[in-house]
Write a protein that binds this ligand. Structure first.
Ligand code: HEC
Length: 157
């Protein structure tokens, strides 16, 4: 009895966390997602730059899988109303263009390509070929940049 009540309340918590995030929470979660991907991109870069005999295949695969997981986690849901640079109550670099329906085709195209490149990096990393991973890492980096160039505010110095 006690334990089923616990499970129920835990489920309710999870339910409210995913269904009704506050705008500030959406911003924090997406920034955390991007940071996590950037951390893992850095690890892969270090490995693909390393001499072949120092290349750590397992570390590289795990980093690629972490990126794949974040990339497929449905981050689009974290771009709700009140989360752009004009309307947010906390700092964000998500430009209003990203929220404008007239840009949704382009946004979806960029987002889809990003997901495909992240999935492909995980596949290539599973193969363990350092050169092939380096090439696909470059493709994923381009997919990240395509979105930043269009939809992310430049960092203010
Ligand atoms: C669909 C568009 C899109 C894609 C794809 C994308 N980003 Fe971003 N990224 C953004 C936006 C928008 C922000 C600003 C988020 C905010 O401040 O709320 C951002 C912010 C970031 C940040 C700063 C996070 C912070 O703490 O403020 C980093 C780092 C980053 N992205 C890295 C990446 C990497 C690495 C990839 C690819 C593996 C990637 N992004 C793919 C749109 C994208």
């Amino acid at each position: 009895m006690k334990s089923s009540l616990f499970v129920l309340s835990a489920l309710l918590l999870v339910g409210s966390a995913s269904a009704q995030l506050k705008p500030e929470e959406m911003i924090q979660f997406r920034q955390a997602g991007y940071k996590t991907m950037a951390w893992n991109m850095g690890k892969i870069k270090a490995q693909t730059d390393a001499p072949a005999d120092k290349f750590d295949k397992t570390l590289t695969l795990n980093a690629a899988l972490a990126i794949k997981g974040v990339a497929n986690s449905g981050m689009g849901a974290l771009y709700g109303p009140g989360t752009d640079t004009k309307t947010a109550s906390i700092k964000t670099r998500a430009l209003p263009d990203l929220f404008d329906p007239k840009n949704f085709d382009e946004r979806n195209k960029i987002g889809k390509n990003f997901g495909e490149q992240a999935n492909k990096l995980a596949d290539v990393a599973a193969g363990g070929d350092q050169k092939a991973i380096q090439a696909q890492f470059g493709e994923l980096g381009k997919a990240c940049k395509a979105c930043h160039d269009k939809f992310r505010e430049e960092e203010k110095k």
